[in-house]
Design a protein around this ligand. Structure first.
Ligand code: SF4
Length: 152
């Protein structure tokens, strides 16, 4: 039987690609995925390297943007471009698993702020996860996927 092809945040696999060059390795999650083909991604490391300043998802008049907490720069375009190239290249992805709460990878858990940094939503999709959802790919936050009732 053909293995399920799963796009997954690289930090969950143990890659040290977080903003502080650490990882989010999730052994329980990896055990659940042992018979799958895993395709890791990290838009932020690809665009900005690790370590890097953190960023937040901000609601603006032009839509949701990833804004650097270090410089205030709009970092959205490199993340979106990475997502487009990734999903075009891997058009046969069966499932997307993103690191919960990330402004890039969170599926239903990213925090959204207004321009004054007031928290306005805690159930947003990050910029890469949004692209997965637009393309109709089944998508889960990692913390949801490891729940026993979540099936492949
Ligand atoms: S949550 Fe996404 S952007 Fe952040 S380190 Fe993990 S893979 Fe990279």
């Amino acid at each position: 039987m053909k293995k399920k092809k799963i796009a997954i945040s690289a930090c969950l696999l143990g890659e040290k690609c977080r903003y502080d060059a650490t990882d989010n390795k999730n052994v329980k999650l990896l055990a659940k995925l042992e018979n799958c083909e895993l395709v890791p991604f990290c838009p932020e490391d690809h665009a900005f390297g690790s370590p890097r300043p953190t960023m937040d998802l901000i609601q603006t008049k032009e839509g949701q943007k990833a804004i650097s907490n270090g410089t205030g720069a709009d970092l959205s375009d490199p993340i979106k471009q990475y997502a487009t190239v990734f999903f075009d290249k891997h058009s046969d992805i069966d499932l997307f698993i993103g690191k919960d709460r990330s402004p890039s990878c969170g599926v239903c858990s990213a925090r959204l702020y207004d321009k004054e940094k007031n928290l306005i939503n805690t159930k947003e999709a990050g910029l890469m996860a949004k692209e997965a959802k637009i393309r109709g790919i089944r998508s889960f936050d990692a913390e949801v996927f490891i729940c026993p009732e979540t099936m492949l």
